[in-house]
Design a binder for this molecule. Structure first.
Ligand SMILES: [Zn+2]
Length: 315
């Protein structure tokens, strides 16, 4: 269980990017990956005829505040791509500010928050570890604990269980459901602008494999590739063109192939870096080997019976 916590603490460090409007009624709120704190995922704001929809709410209050400020009008709804707190935690503060806010997500969020679900177990780890944690780490842990103490505010009341066309806040969307990263990963195609929000199905500086099923992830990326998108907003990292995404995907496949051939993690990390280096800043570059080394040990080159332990789950 200790490894769960370690995995989350590993995700620390790098700079936030400036905000960028993509198209009319389409605004990205970049996440951050700064030193000494947990990350925030990217958010995407879409304007519908009934107000704004926010896709992913980040973890920290400052991120959720930035999202509200970036919306050109009232935010009516939030859709969370998955249950990792860097995409879900902001719901708690948003609901305290916007009582009528409607939340959409996959049933995996409810499962993760349920007794003995992943987030419930993580909460218990935090409670156990906090008393002996050094002050700086304790402060980071307390942020997550406060979010998990508001589980009711994190849960979606509208569950999306299968790929479907949905209209939220008056904006027409195509939503896909995958299981590869967290057991319930939504991707959202804004059909009007051709903008695809992928959540953590696409991330930098590396794929976040903490709760992943690698073979299912490959298949999910094939389905993403088949979508008619012009630009892609990843869970972490800069906005991508279709060509960028295909390059990233080639790196992902090469990384998994390299791991599967039993090659050394550092050699595979070099293969990965050669594909994605154009998107990495110094902090990201410095983090690649450590993160991939950890994922090789815990998943990609773990004993065979452990490698697909996150594959046997339903949506
Ligand atoms: Zn994330």
């Amino acid at each position: 269980m200790r490894t769960l916590l370690l995995a989350v603490v590993l995700l620390c460090g790098a700079a936030a990017h400036a905000q960028q409007p993509l198209a009319p009624g389409v605004v990205v709120v970049p996440g951050g990956f700064e030193a000494d704190r947990q990350p925030d995922g990217n958010s995407l704001l879409l304007e519908g005829s009934e107000g704004w929809l926010l896709i992913d709410s980040g973890r920290h209050r400052a991120h959720a505040q930035a999202a509200l400020a970036a919306a050109g009008g009232p935010v009516r709804a939030v859709l969370n791509t998955h249950w990792h707190l860097d995409h879900l935690g902001g719901n708690a503060w948003l609901r305290s500010q916007l009582p009528g806010l409607e939340a959409w997500g996959s049933p995996a969020i409810t499962r993760a928050l349920a007794p003995d679900g992943w987030l419930d177990r993580y909460r218990r780890q935090l409670v156990e570890a906090l008393p002996s944690a050094p002050a700086a780490q304790g402060a980071v842990m307390r942020i997550d604990l406060e979010l998990l103490d508001q589980a009711d505010a994190l849960r979606p009341e509208h569950e999306i269980r299968r790929a479907s066309a949905v209209t939220i806040a008056g904006r027409s969307l195509r939503v896909g459901v995958e299981t590869a990263v967290s057991g319930g990963d939504l991707w959202v195609l804004d059909t009007a602008s051709g903008t695809l929000a992928t959540g953590d199905l696409v991330t930098l500086p590396v794929p976040f494999l903490d709760t992943a099923c690698p073979p299912a992830w490959r298949e999910a990326l094939e389905r993403l590739s088949a979508q008619p998108f012009r630009r892609l907003v990843p869970g972490h990292g800069p906005v991508m063109s279709r060509a960028d995404f295909e390059r990233w995907r080639g790196g992902f496949d090469a990384l998994l192939d390299c791991a599967g051939q039993g090659l050394h993690p550092a050699a595979c990390a070099a293969v990965w870096r050669s594909r994605v280096d154009r998107w990495l800043d110094d902090a990201g570059r410095a983090r690649v080997n450590g993160m991939l080394g950890y994922y090789f040990k815990t998943l990609l080159q773990a004993p065979p019976e452990q490698r697909e332990r996150f594959c046997l789950r339903s949506r």
